[in-house]
Design a protein around this ligand. Structure first.
Ligand code: SAM
Length: 277
């Protein structure tokens, strides 16, 4: 028998993968959690039926959400990841020698436990007792309310704006993020597809722009995600993505990110520029 798994990406479109094996299913307080092994993407984390990450292309998302902001900041020491339960983003964050503390606040312990067991390549930094990594199971929205002038870089590695992730796409949340950052801090958030989530992108860009002196968007090609092209939005208090000097920075072994891409990913097609005008 052939098994297929479909993510309903819009009201009228789905992405379907042929499944080799279902490795884990569970229902947490927050969502349905599944790990399936697929022919095309390898093992994948699926939350509430939405594909979150896959062995095949996870490097793109995790390198781009971590290294772009960490190179924009000249000396990131204290970094926070909100969400990111699979561990891929924190794995990239701890590669930076400047980072002394890498905190992660993920709401769902079941996601972390399942990824530690079934996606060890992605969750490695959560498994190996890395002294830089501080994991807290809790709500990132509340964590931001309680923090002030604390972080150099905040990375919002969230799921879609439904369920527990909904409040991570609001003006109130961005106000708390601003407060939680140091005076030269910056944050990045995954902000969905420029093809299928245009109203969301317009709204949140305006919200972030109303708070941060520098607001910018960059793109990466991610086959697993709707439309294949994915947006990331940056709000920065001081450091400008266009002013990054990579010549004296630590060189990392990466599969997607490189010094040229650090700048070129901010070059946006006209229809995306229109969204954030
Ligand atoms: N790369 C993924 C994507 O864009 O599809 C996101 C991956 S990561 C698995 C997203 C995580 O955010 C999930 O594990 C989810 O439990 C977590 N999350 C959602 N809402 C949250 C909140 N309010 N606080 C902390 N973590 C949250």
């Amino acid at each position: 028998m052939q098994l297929w798994c479909t993510e309903k990406q819009t009201e009228s479109l789905g992405l379907t993968a042929r499944v080799k094996e279902t490795l884990f299913t569970g229902t947490s307080e927050f969502q349905d959690v599944a790990i399936v092994d697929s022919f095309q993407f390898g093992r994948m984390l699926v939350l509430d039926g939405v594909f979150q990450t896959s062995i095949f292309d996870e490097f793109v998302y995790h390198e781009m959400i971590a290294h772009i902001p960490l190179y924009i900041h000249p000396n990131p020491k204290h970094v926070l990841v909100i969400g990111g339960g699979d561990g891929g983003t924190i794995r990239e964050v701890v590669k930076h020698d400047s980072v002394e503390i890498a905190e992660m606040v993920e709401i769902d312990g079941m996601v972390v436990d399942a990824c530690k067991k079934y996606l060890p390549e992605i969750s490695a930094a959560l498994n190996d007792n890395n002294p830089k990594v501080h994991l807290k199971i809790g709500d990132g929205i509340q964590h931001m309310k309680d923090a002030e002038n604390k972080y150099d870089v905040i990375i919002v590695d969230c799921s879609d704006p439904i369920g527990p992730g909904e409040g991570l796409f609001t003006h109130d949340f961005y106000k708390d993020v601003f407060k939680a950052l140091k005076s030269d801090g910056l944050f990045v958030q995954q902000t969905e597809s420029p093809y299928y989530h245009q109203e969301l992108i317009k709204r949140l860009h305006k919200d972030i722009q109303s708070l941060f002196p520098i607001t910018n968007m960059y793109l990466a090609n991610i086959p697993l995600y709707p439309g294949g092209l994915h947006c990331f939005t940056i709000g920065s208090k001081k450091h400008d993505p266009a002013a990054v000097d990579m010549s004296n920075r630590q060189k990392l072994v990466t599969r997607y990110h490189n010094a040229e891409l650090q700048k070129s990913c901010f070059v946006l097609p006209n229809f995306v520029q229109e969204l954030i005008k």
